[in-house]
Design a protein around this ligand. Structure first.
Ligand SMILES: N[C@@H](CCC(=O)N[C@@H](CS)C(=O)NCC(=O)O)C(=O)O
Length: 204
């Protein structure tokens, strides 16, 4: 099979599993497990890409890293009818791109830094407080957007929802969406999608 996802358990790679299932394209999943103590990826992933991180997509013998790049690649190659991404001349296109990349950029970064600060026992430090404010700002931005749009790209489900979903669904599971009804409603809506449910069976 020419399309292969190198997938690490409990990772951002879930976004790409979900996207592949939404696309309905034939693919193979090669599973890797995090080290039980360090939570790092196993060294075998370094044989696929120099950074040894997941997700990694392999297509026709070429490897592509970075969630946003993988999503754009899948859309360009396997979504000719634009079922999961707006056309470049659509009003939704700029917003779609922004959210697609926010999932790994400005919206996700404060959560990642919070996790690292927590591991370092510095969650309550001055920098911890600044990052908490950034996290709050990002969560407010998402809530405001979803209060007036059904999905991240606008009124239609898209790849941007799959990419944003990883962080928001895990936030919801931890009770982190209390007081954010639009975001919680979006999580409930997208979690009911058959591809999301199928992703849970594969991707955790
Ligand atoms: N910016 C990359 C981040 C990839 C990344 O850091 N993946 C994590 C999983 S959530 C990973 O492989 N961590 C294991 C490790 O670093 O050893 C992307 O969007 O794909």
């Amino acid at each position: 099979m020419s399309l292969k996802l190198h997938h690490l358990n409990a990772s951002r790679s879930q976004r790409i599993v979900w996207l592949l299932l939404e696309l309905g394209v034939e693919h193979e999943i090669v599973s890797y497990q995090r080290d039980a103590t360090t939570r790092l990826a196993p060294p075998e992933l370094l044989n696929i890409h120099p950074l040894g991180k997941s997700p990694l997509l392999e297509h026709d013998g070429r490897v592509i890293a970075e969630t946003g790049a993988i999503a754009e690649y899948l859309m360009a190659k396997f979504d000719p009818d634009h079922r999961l991404h707006p056309r470049a001349d659509s009003q939704d296109f700029p917003r779609y791109l922004e959210w697609l990349h926010s999932a790994e950029g400005a919206v996700f970064l404060p959560s990642l830094l919070t996790m690292y600060l927590g591991l370092a026992g510095a969650a309550d430090s001055q920098i911890g407080q600044i990052i908490a404010q950034e996290r709050e700002k990002a969560a407010n931005h998402i809530e405001a957007h979803l209060s007036s749009h059904a999905y991240f790209a606008g009124e239609t489900f898209s790849a941007a929802d799959c990419l944003m979903g990883f962080q928001l669904a895990s936030g919801a599971a931890r009770g982190g969406l209390d007081g954010r009804p639009a975001t919680a409603g979006w999580v409930q809506k997208v979690s009911a999608r058959p591809a999301f449910q199928a992703m849970l069976a594969v991707g955790i």
